[in-house]
Design a protein around this ligand. Sequence first.
Ligand SMILES: C[S@@+](CC[C@H](N)C(=O)[O-])C[C@H]1O[C@@H](n2cnc3c(N)ncnc32)[C@H](O)[C@@H]1O
Length: 345
Amino acid sequence: MTSVTPAPGTAAPAADLSSLGLGFASAKLLLTALELGVFTTLAESADGSAEAEELRAALGLHPRAAADFFDALTALGLLERRYGRYRNSPAAQAHLVRGPHYQGGFLEGANHVLYPAWGRLTEALRTGRPQADGDFEAMLADPQARRMFLAMQDSLSRPLVPGLLDALDWSRYRTLTDVGGARGNLAGHLLRARPGLRATVFDRPQNAGPCAEHAAALGVGDRLSFTGGDFFTDPLPPADVLVVGHVLADFSRDERRTLITKAHAAVRDGGALLVYDPMNGDTPHLTSLVASLHMLVMTPAGAGYHPGHCTGWMEQAGFTDVTRHPLPLGNTLLVAHKPPARKGE
Ligand SMILES: C[S@@+](CC[C@H](N)C(=O)[O-])C[C@H]1O[C@@H](n2cnc3c(N)ncnc32)[C@H](O)[C@@H]1O
């Protein structure tokens, strides 16, 4: 059995326990600042700075605690205050101002969806039931909520692209299907790096429009198509390479095995299946375990899984030569190969 006891000397000293327990306050300060657009408002103000009263008025805040809020953001290193004027810290200016380099998409979604659900973690642990407000279908039907969801997925998949490019000899392949590929962010970035490749994104039909728009914005609209459907009931579009990323952890063990078996049918002989998720290996890894608990509070049966178990499901489906590759943000990539057809088959 895997030990989850921290190594000697790594447990939090008693004095740090209060900070650990109140960590939600720091998180909520950042999430609320993003929701209110604090960093974008400051970036757009004259010379990139504002007095407390100007900033308060621009954000439409009540006077009672606005200055405390701005000073708390300063104490967190997100703002700087000089001569009574606030400006973004270099990190906030680089990553938290809305625009091409914005990294707040996932956090805005987390504020909206994960934060309330984590507030009911005790209930989730007692009952095993998800705690999200609303369900996935309702979210897909609401254009604003869907946009937020897609932006969250983009910010989680974009950092993984270099790892996927390195893990496979892409020059051997011409076609790709990204199963549950959302609006095609990962597929689009792979196509940009591999001009000889064409891709199909398979996802719920509601994501067709956003995918076409995103593919055009990435400059790959002529090589990226979209097929709408349900990956449990519809056949998957065949391709040399199938990607199933940030999907299997949303579902039960049996559903994961079903999808891997369906992927095997769709991968062409000699092709490959790429699966990535924040998997839980033998060493407890907080990022992966938190992602697994996101699945607890958000989905009926999802959870993190061990890369060794997934390797077994792939081999049972008929894949061989499964290799394991660490990816950023606590993710693991498994690359599995479908043997070439033997002569006469
Ligand atoms: C967590 S997102 C992962 C998106 C993308 N693969 C990535 O790595 O960013 C899961 C995706 O699976 C899609 N999905 C969920 N259930 C589905 C189903 N039954 N059939 C097709 N797509 C589905 C969702 O719409 C969503 O885009």
